[in-house]
Design a protein around this ligand. Structure first.
Ligand code: CAA
Length: 267
């Protein structure tokens, strides 16, 4: 399988599994990743996702340059549309998604990490948008998500020079929020995802959606929506349970993911 799905309790571990090609993403691999995400969305026992790369060298070295090299403009557009679709699916899914970046995250690989909610890096990981070195530019959302995640200046620096940065630099600009020794990264990512998976699924998903809104739209409208979503939380089992558990000094027992959601717009 080009992309493996492993169920570890409530966490889905998705592994890009083409280590000989540094997990570069072809159209087939993108389709496979999309299909695995669909399986996760269909399974209410899976409440969080971790994405990583097979091997010890790369998370993902980007779009498959060999396959792309003979594309005409229409084929390139279709490939970029496919990639953007998968990235947006990750960004918009109600479950939290953690990128465990265990090596190179370049081009489409950096864009994949950027579509995830939380990026954790091995201490030897390297990031970049080297598309300009190939005479092209990022096409799976990198120009937009890198600017929004870091800053306009830093996004232009990476996208216009094509230079690579190390994990510490990525941390200093907010591109990653955790760094671990390589052999501890996956456990740390599974632990972080497992914690979110045992949380209140509706509230965690709405927190994600509200943070995503901060990157677009009207600030006042977004604050008004936050008021609505915050108040809606008070109609959930999880609010009653979470607060009762706090007051009774015990662990909360939150509802399963397929419990009725208070928000008809939610997944
Ligand atoms: N596509 C296809 N194959 C790739 C690949 C890619 N993006 N990246 C690496 N590979 C393959 C290599 O061709 C090589 O295969 P062979 O053994 O069959 O020759 C194998 O993976 C190992 O790679 P290297 O021998 O190059 O390993 P290295 O350690 O010398 O270098 C590297 C590692 C710096 C990551 C280098 O492989 C590299 O620069 N890769 C390309 C990175 C890149 O430009 N990514 C952007 C792609 S464009 C894109 O992603 C557009 C977009 O926005 C969607």
């Amino acid at each position: 399988m080009p992309v493996d799905l492993e169920r570890r309790d409530a966490v889905a571990l998705l592994t890009l599994n083409q280590p000989k090609a540094l997990n570069a993403l072809s159209a087939d691999m993108l389709s496979d990743l999309d299909a695995r995400l669909g399986e996760v969305e269909e399974d209410p026992s899976l409440r969080a996702v971790v994405i990583t790369g097979a091997g010890d060298k790369a998370f993902c070295a980007g779009a498959d340059v060999k396959a792309m090299s003979t594309a005409d403009a229409l084929e390139a557009r279709a490939f970029a549309r496919q990639g953007q679709g998968v990235m947006s699916r990750i960004e918009n899914m109600s479950r939290p998604v953690v990128a465990a970046v265990n090596g190179f995250a370049l081009g489409g690989g950096c864009e994949l990490a950027l579509a995830c909610d939380i990026r954790m890096a091995a201490d030897g990981a390297r990031f970049g948008q080297p598309e300009v070195t190939l005479g092209i530019l990022p096409g799976w959302g990198g120009t937009q998500r890198l600017a929004r995640t870091t800053s306009m200046g830093f996004a232009k620096d990476l996208c216009m020079t094509g230079r690579l940065i190390d994990a510490r630099t990525a941390m200093s600009v907010g591109l990653v929020t955790h760094i671990h020794p390589a052999d501890e990264l996956l456990d740390a990512a599974m632990k972080l995802a497992g914690g979110m998976a045992s949380g209140p699924a509706w509230a965690v998903g709405e927190a994600k959606a509200m943070c995503n809104l901060a990157l677009s739209g009207d600030h006042r409208a977004n604050l008004a929506r936050e008021l609505d979503v915050f108040s809606l939380a008070f109609s959930t089992h999880d609010q009653a349970e979470g607060m009762a558990a706090f007051l009774e000094k015990r662990s909360p027992d939150f509802a399963p993911l397929d419990a009725p959601s208070p928000n008809p717009e939610s997944e």
